[in-house]
Design a protein around this ligand. Structure first.
Ligand SMILES: CC(C)(COP(=O)(O)OP(=O)(O)OC[C@H]1O[C@@H](n2cnc3c(N)ncnc32)[C@H](O)[C@@H]1OP(=O)(O)O)[C@@H](O)C(=O)NCCC(=O)NCCS
Length: 199
C-alpha cells in the first residue's frame, strides 16, 4: 500500500454538502491552482518522478517513483475526498501549458473541526518565484471564507527553512513547536513548527 501525504482523521467531520473551496484559484504571474482530477494522474506521475530528489528529504511518500496505477489511485481518491468534503487537493499549472504541473497543494481536513491544514510542494525548476507563498495566501483566504472554518495551519519541520518561510511571509503566528513529532522523511528532526492563521 502506498504511503500518502494524508493521514485523514476519521473523527474530523467533513464539510457540509455545498461548502467547498473554489475549484480554481488564479495567482499572479499566470499560475493557477485547479482541483486535482483523475485526468491529472499522468502529469502528476511525471511531476513527482522528476522531483523525487527534491521532495525526498521532506515528503514521506517520495522514497521512490509512483507507478501509474498508484498515481491513478491517488488522483481518484483525492477527487472522491473533495466530493466527500474531507480533503481538497489542487495542482498548480502555468497558463498555456495544461499538461505541466509545477506544484501540488492541499487544504486538508485532518486537524480537527473548524480548521484546515495547508500542504504544498513546488517543482524544483519553479522554486524561488513565490509560487508557494502566493498559493498558500490564496488558499488561506479561500479556507477562512468557508462557513465553519476559523483556523488554518501550516505545519513543517523546524529544519525545513524554505517551507517555514512561507507562513512567516504570510504573517502566520507560530503557535507551538511539537517536540516529538514522528520522523517520516529523511531530513526531519521531529520538531514540528505549527503556524496558525485565524479568521
Ligand atoms: C517549500 C517549497 C514549497 C517552497 O516553494 P517556493 O515556491 O520556492 O516558495 P516561495 O518562492 O514562495 O518562497 C520561498 C521562501 O523561502 C526562502 N527559501 C528558499 N529556500 C530556502 C532555504 N534553503 N533556506 C531559507 N530560506 C529559503 C525563499 O527565499 C523565500 O523567502 P523570501 O522570499 O522571504 O526570501 C519548496 O521549496 C518545496 O517544494 N520544497 C520541497 C517540499 C517541501 O518541503 N514541502 C513542504 C513540506 S512542510
Amino acid at each position: 500500500m502506498l504511503v500518502m501525504n494524508r493521514t485523514l482523521d476519521e473523527t474530523v467531520p467533513p464539510l457540509p454538502a455545498g461548502v467547498r473551496p473554489p475549484e480554481r484559484l488564479d495567482l499572479p504571474g499566470g499560475v493557477s491552482l485547479h482541483r486535482r482530477a483523475p485526468a491529472h494522474a499522468g502529469p502528476m506521475n511525471a511531476a513527482v518522478t522528476r522531483n523525487l530528489e527534491h521532495l525526498r528529504p521532506w515528503m514521506p511518500w517520495a522514497g521512490s517513483a509512483p507507478t501509474m496505477e498508484e498515481s491513478r489511485e491517488i488522483a481518484q481518491s483525492g477527487w472522491q475526498a473533495w466530493a466527500d468534503g474531507t480533503d481538497f487537493l489542487y495542482v498548480a499549472g502555468l497558463e498555456g501549458e495544461p499538461d505541466v504541473i509545477v506544484g501540488a497543494f492541499g487544504l486538508h481536513g485532518r486537524i480537527g473541526p473548524g480548521a484546515l491544514e495547508i500542504g504544498y510542494w513546488v517543482d524544483f525548476d519553479h522554486t524561488g518565484r513565490g509560487i508557494a507563498t502566493q498559493a498558500a495566501a490564496a488558499l488561506t483566504t479561500a479556507a477562512l471564507e468557508l462557513p465553519g472554518i476559523h483556523r488554518v495551519e501550516i505545519r513543517c519541520d523546524e529544519s525545513n527553512a524554505a517551507s517555514a518561510a512561507v507562513p512567516r511571509r504570510l504573517d502566520y503566528r507560530l503557535d507551538r513547536i511539537q517536540q516529538d513529532a514522528p520522523i517520516t522523511a529523511p531530513s526531519e528532526t521531529g520538531r514540528k513548527l505549527i503556524w496558525v492563521k485565524e479568521a
